[in-house]
Structures are given as structure tokens and as C-alpha cells.
Ligand binder design. Structure first.
Ligand code: CA2
Length: 146
């Protein structure tokens, strides 16, 4: 099983800015932990981050045939992007929406996700653990299908 791990805008700043909001773990550290878990569970991952909506759309399109599932923290695009939602719906790969923070405990505008309706599920509020839980969920979901 091959999982594409996508991170959206500003997540490259993790661990370097605003640690009170998003913690002190960097994106590279989260990706390294995910890599360890993936190896343990016998799956492969590829991690990418972009601050650009169109780049994320292109990567989702390219995932068809190359990956079996997507783990996606779309950052602020979660709440705004019809383009990302349409891309996920078009490729139809099982996707889990991930957030470090509990988006429901924050500003009202973060409570709405454009992406959640086309995702298998949402994991939000557990910091870096959200990513690890999502990887486990994607694998479990895939294995229970086959
Ligand atoms: O909690 C999450 O993972 C979010 O996807 C993070 C997004 C936010 O817009 C979503 O509502 C929830 C923001 C990512 C910004 O990341 C930063 C990291 C360090 C410093 C500044 C921003």
C-alpha cells in the first residue's frame, strides 16, 4: 500500500513559529515519525508540502494509479477550497482529513470543512499524533475492504 501524505499552506512553518498554537514539532519530524510507523506497518509513504492550491490539485490528480490513499492536512484551504474538494472527488482515492488542532474548539470559520464530505473521515486535535492515527485508519480501512 502506498500513501501520499499532503500538507498545505504554512505547515512548513511548524515548530518554527507560533508553538503555542501548533506545538514545537517540525513537519520534518512528523514526517519522520510517519515514516517509522509506515515501515513498521509495511506500507510506503511519500510526503509533500505546498503553499499553493494548484500544486496540491495537481498532486491529487497525479495520485491516481500511483498511490492507494491520501492523508491530507490542507491547512486553511480545508475551509475554503472547492478546487481541492473537486480534485479529491475526481480521483476517488480514500482520503483522511487531518488537523493538528481541534478545529471545532477554535474560531467558527474553522468548523466548516469543504473537504470532509469527500473524505473517509477527519482526525483533528491530537497534534502530531493526528497524522499517526490517520495512517493507521487508512491502512485498517483499506485492509477491511479487501
Ligand atoms: O490544525 C491544523 O492542522 C490546521 O489545518 C492548521 C491550519 C489551520 O488553518 C487549520 O484551520 C487547522 C494552519 C496551519 C498554519 O501552520 C502554522 C504553523 C506554524 C506557524 C504558523 C502557522
Amino acid at each position: 500500500m502506498r500513501v501520499l501524505v499532503l500538507n498545505g499552506p504554512n505547515l512548513n512553518l511548524l515548530g518554527h513559529r507560533e508553538p503555542h498554537l501548533y506545538g514545537s514539532t517540525t513537519l520534518a519530524e512528523i514526517e519522520a515519525r510517519l515514516g517509522e510507523l509506515a515501515a513498521e506497518l509495511g506500507v510506503t509513504i511519500e510526503c509533500r508540502q505546498s503553499n499553493h492550491e494548484g500544486v496540491l490539485v495537481d498532486w491529487i490528480h497525479g495520485a491516481k494509479g500511483a498511490f492507494d490513499a491520501i492523508l491530507f492536512n490542507a491547512g486553511a484551504y480545508t475551509h475554503t477550497s472547492i478546487a481541492l474538494r473537486d480534485a479529491l472527488a475526481a480521483v476517488g482515492l480514500p482520503t483522511i482529513e487531518v488537523h493538528l488542532s481541534n478545529v471545532h474548539a477554535r474560531e467558527e470559520f474553522r468548523r466548516h470543512s469543504m473537504l470532509a464530505p469527500v473524505c473517509r473521515g477527519v482526525i483533528s486535535g491530537f497534534g502530531p499524533l493526528s497524522y499517526l492515527l490517520a495512517l493507521r485508519a487508512l491502512i485498517d480501512n483499506k485492509r477491511s475492504e479487501s
